[in-house]
Unconditional design. Sequence first.
Length: 290
Amino acid sequence: MRARRTAVGWLFLAPFAVVFLLYTAVPTVAALGFSLTDLRGSDLRHPLAVDFTGLENYVRLFQDDAFVRDILNTALFVAVGVPLTMGIGFALALALNSGVRRLRGAFRTVFFAPVVTNVVAVALIWQYAFHADGTVNRVLSAVGLAGPNWLDDPHLAMPVVIALGVWRNFGTAMVLFLAGLQAIPRDVYEAAALDGAGRWRQLRHITLPLLLPTTLMVSVLLTVFYLQVFDEPYLLTDGGPLGSTESVALYTYHQFGVGELGVSSAASFVMLALVALVSVVQFRLLRPRS
């Protein structure tokens, strides 16, 4: 009987296992192998010409000024984008949690809309808005200010790319924070109010501590997403101008596009290592203390 139940369990698990092996495990192992070779696109027809190079691709990456620059670009995206996204999402969640319940659903839908909006269409609108003759500069011109060429300026393109990332993702943070806020028992706030605690003291001593697991989850999710950021810089600037908005993921894509399969595979594993390292640090810093 037990063997039969085990067989039935494996039968139900088999479809997922096959998909996981074909589309995750095997490609990951293959990419790791590619990263240790000098594989190029032209070698695919002659696999025997590929040589094992060990960690040479990884050394080559960190000797490439463009790759080091892209790591710094990605770090900037994370360092600015994650706090902004979390701050806006948390503020909106607080407002919705204490606002009129009849309007909560409508506002939640409006604020969450950027998350489900087609990113290509959004990027085209943002390109037009931040063009030299676009909507933003027209608004600035109407108040007597001369607007810059946002996406062609190495110092201004990254803030625009970060702003698009924040705009696309604050809705996710808002929904998660709102769920965390609604899970906090109301009687805790009522007891604090009876003891004379105002809203700020309740926020500091009740809301934030009890919301720490949600904060950890939101922080890790956003950090992982921003470390792998690709859509925003690719669609807005393709990494330009002068590489000022190129991320590690976009660098990997560009290397793959020119046929450097070994280098692009190595870059993807460097990005994986960064994601794992930052996630571990966040879990250690933000995990609830017993």
